[in-house]
Design a protein around this ligand. Structure first.
Ligand code: ZN
Length: 186
């Protein structure tokens, strides 16, 4: 896609521009399929990403769209899909700062999607996929998984695997409802 002449500093604006570029019909098709995810990969020259950021989402505004840097690594896409499923980072201060930040920046409509267990974790010298550790494991935090003998989650504070399962189940219900409504209207 050719974004030339467009300002690339706001994820929601970039999504709107993309919608314009691909055409309303195609965009509406994607948006009406909640199990479809789509994104834009930006070059360094685009100036959106700072040195250490390689991906971003804004699930409070749009639950299907992500941005990746051209330097995104093998885990970045999964990490961003995790955010779109309402999974979050680990918080070294024992889950307090992140709790407050999320509460503050999430609209009332979505507040019930914030779960205290939807956090990453560090275990056995590495971090789960939603953490900021330099060494990452290709897993979501879960008390049922271990690394070097250490549990990679905690049932109350770090179980993104549960969050992902619940998100998938909610998505299944949503898709079924869409199917029923299109069947009854056709
Ligand atoms: Zn993140």
């Amino acid at each position: 896609m050719d974004f030339s002449g467009r300002a690339l500093f706001d994820i929601d604006k970039i999504r709107e521009d993309l919608a314009e570029l691909i055409g309303e019909e195609k965009h509406r098709y994607i948006e009406s399929s909640p199990n479809h995810f789509y994104g834009v990969i930006l070059a360094d020259d685009d100036g959106y990403f700072e040195e250490y950021t390689i991906g971003t989402t804004n699930p409070d505004v749009n639950s299907q769209f992500f941005l990746l840097s051209e330097h995104a690594d093998e885990y970045t896409l999964e990490h961003e899909l995790g955010h779109l499923s309402w999974a979050w980072h680990d918080d070294r201060s024992w889950f307090k700062v992140l709790d407050e930040t999320l509460e503050k920046h999430t609209s009332d409509m979505n507040k019930d999607r914030l779960k205290p267990y939807a956090r990453g974790y560090q275990c056995g010298g590495a971090g789960t996929i939603m953490s900021y550790e330099s060494e990452l494991l290709s897993i979501y935090s879960s008390p049922e998984i271990t690394n070097n003998g250490r549990a990679c989650g905690d049932p109350l504070h770090a179980d993104n695997a549960r969050q992902l399962r619940e998100f998938a189940e909610a998505l299944r219900v949503k898709l079924q409802a869409i199917q029923v409504s299109t069947e009854s209207s056709s």
